[in-house]
Design a protein around this ligand. Structure first.
Ligand SMILES: C[C@@H](O)[C@H](NC(=O)OP(=O)(O)OC[C@H]1O[C@@H](n2cnc3c(N)ncnc32)[C@H](O)[C@@H]1O)C(=O)O
Ligand SMILES: [Fe+2]
Length: 529
């Protein structure tokens, strides 16, 4: 099958011909380059209006010359996400072309295309995918007919974050390559680093970077440190996703993937844990119609085409909305893509001897040594503090016997006789509900309250492992704790309903109703279904 693909979600007007028999790509692209500032949606659309017909014409000419007059079997286009005015031009062109050539039309999700091109080129079966692009940043894994969002940015995409800094400095779009070039001459300065489980945020680091620049820190140093921080965040969450899913394959997608340092960190992390890493070549990482044509061919080959009347564009099209028709429903990126699995594998080693537990945070070779030291130190101190803070609220936790900050090691009391997973009674989970409400009242978030992070003894129930914990008074963060625990109950118990009810009853007795209300909202969101 031969598919003509058209891309034009934001800056890149591109058309491609993909022949799935030989795996051959022809790609013709025309980039929009703003004179100053970032991408202006109206200017970008004007660019698409002129450039899309040109690149399509070039691709069609190639197809005719190479394969003859009936060369094209389907037309695929980027249906979203992206800038509305640009998407509309691409959609209109694709519909007209499908009609003229009298072939089916395929609507492709741009983010899934960024992922599938890496999967296709790597030959990997069911990898975790890190999409690091301009407007997005997320981790995806396939399960039960959908790509699940395992983690994502809480604010802007990674490329847009970098571009905002370069705009501040007065450099033209795109900023990413300029950051990479200047970073080569820079050295390390400390910036914020924000990871929560498998989600992450760039807003704090970007304003700190702008402030540092305004305060006279050399721009090379800011560029270097921006890379060290943002890419270490992405690598950390990618490692956590590998650990959580039990997968040993990672693929990279998106324009920021062209950055050598990001690829080096991901490759290093994977090598250290014995996983395979694949990054497509740059022409398949940045926006391009080759990836649209390739996924279009997979979709068309299983009849996943769209009628013109149903082919409206969607500027907010999420990857987890796409029914993945072209993969076997039984395949999976994971032994279990669900909360409740042991996340510690990615972060620390735990040794148990007698009545004592020793937890040591491992150095990560992919991180800058100063950042690595800071994170291991801060997290060790924070975990010890959260254990103590929880206890002050009347929540039993292991007594910390010794904190060796330099070695990032906590020695603590061994508590309980078994995991909650092996003692799942309504009374015990009601107690967990009450305990979470108590720590939340003191603005402590556990971060990973699963049935394995609760220990049950003769008389008492203990919360353990605050390794992903942090301080927060936000309803959303508190509701996430409840969500993680309920997911874990559902993953552990054969009939979780009564347990979930008892847990919520325990929480309600002490905690705020608005947290339970927010929990209902979280459950309704696509990514958690
Ligand atoms: C929705 C769609 O329009 C969007 N596409 C997009 O943003 O273009 P993409 O080609 O995937 O990524 C562009 C981003 O990639 C960054 N970039 C390019 N080369 C880079 C480099 N060497 N280092 C860091 N960032 C780089 C650019 O600065 C820009 O922010 C997306 O995928 O989110
Ligand atoms: Fe993109």
């Amino acid at each position: 099958m031969r598919v003509l693909g058209i891309e034009g979600t934001a800056w890149c007007a591109s058309a491609a011909v993909f022949d799935d028999a030989g795996g051959d790509f022809f790609i013709e692209s025309d980039a929009y380059e703003p004179d100053s500032g970032g991408i202006h949606p109206r200017e970008a659309a004007e660019h698409m209006g002129g450039a899309i017909p040109r690149v399509v014409e070039t691709a069609l000419r190639y197809a005719r010359e190479e394969y003859g007059s009936d060369a094209i079997d389907a037309v695929a286009f980027s249906q979203g996400p992206g800038l509305g005015p640009c998407l509309r031009i691409v959609g209109t062109a694709a519909r007209a072309l499908a009609r003229t050539l009298d072939v089916p039309l395929v609507g492709v999700n741009h983010m899934v295309a960024h992922l599938e091109i890496g999967r296709y080129r790597s030959g990997f079966g069911s990898p975790v995918c890190l999409n690091a692009s301009g407007a997005n940043a997320h981790l995806l894994g396939y399960r039960d007919g959908r790509y699940r969002v395992l983690g994502e940015t809480m604010d802007t995409g990674v490329g847009n974050a970098l571009d905002k800094f370069t705009r501040h400095v007065g450099w033209t779009h795109p900023g990413g390559p300029k950051i990479e070039a200047h970073a080569a001459e820079g050295s390390y300065v400390e910036l914020p680093y924000v990871v929560k489980g498998m989600d992450f945020s760039f807003s704090g680091i970007m304003s700190a970077a702008k402030d540092a620049y305004d305060d006279g820190v050399p721009v090379e140093d800011v560029c270097f440190s921006l890379q060290e921080h943002t890419f270490a965040m992405l690598t950390e969450v990618a490692e956590r996703a590998l650990s959580l899913t039990g997968t040993d394959e990672l693929v990279l997608g998106g324009g920021v993937g062209q950055n050598d340092r990001l690829r080096e960190m991901l490759a290093g992390m994977c090598a250290d844990r014995g996983a395979s890493f694949y990054a497509p070549e740059p022409r398949f990482l940045r926006d391009n119609a080759g990836m649209i044509a390739q996924l279009g061919a997979r979709m068309a080959s299983v009849g996943d085409t769209v009628e013109v009347a149903d082919s409206a564009i969607d500027p907010n099209f999420r990857p987890d909305q796409v029914p993945v028709t072209w993969r076997d429903g039984d395949e999976s990126a994971s032994r279990s893509v669900a909360a409740g699995d042991d996340l510690r594998g990615a972060e620390a080693i735990v040794e148990i001897a007698g009545d004592e537990v020793t937890k040591r945070r491992l150095p990560k070779g992919y991180r800058h040594p100063e950042l690595d030291e800071t994170l291991r130190r801060e997290r060790t101190v924070l975990e010890a503090r959260l254990l103590a803070d929880a206890r002050k609220q009347g929540v039993p936790t292991p007594l910390v016997r010794d904190v060796d900050v330099a070695e990032a090691t906590i020695r603590m009391q061994r508590v309980g006789e078994r995991d909650l997973a092996a003692a799942l009674t309504e009374a015990n989970v009601r107690t967990v509900g009450e305990y979470l409400a108590r720590i939340h009242a003191a603005d402590v978030v556990h971060g990973d309250p699963t049935t394995r992070n609760v220990r049950v003894g003769e008389e008492r129930v203990f919360l353990i492992d605050f390794g992903l914990g942090y301080g927060s008074g936000h309803v959303e963060d508190h509701a996430m704790d409840l969500h993680v625990f309920e997911q874990s109950l559902e993953g552990t118990a054969a009939e979780p309903e009564a347990l979930v009810a008892a847990f919520e009853e325990g929480y309600r007795a002490v905690g705020a109703d608005e947290v339970l209300d927010r929990l209902r909202g979280i459950e309704g969101r696509g990514r958690y279904q």
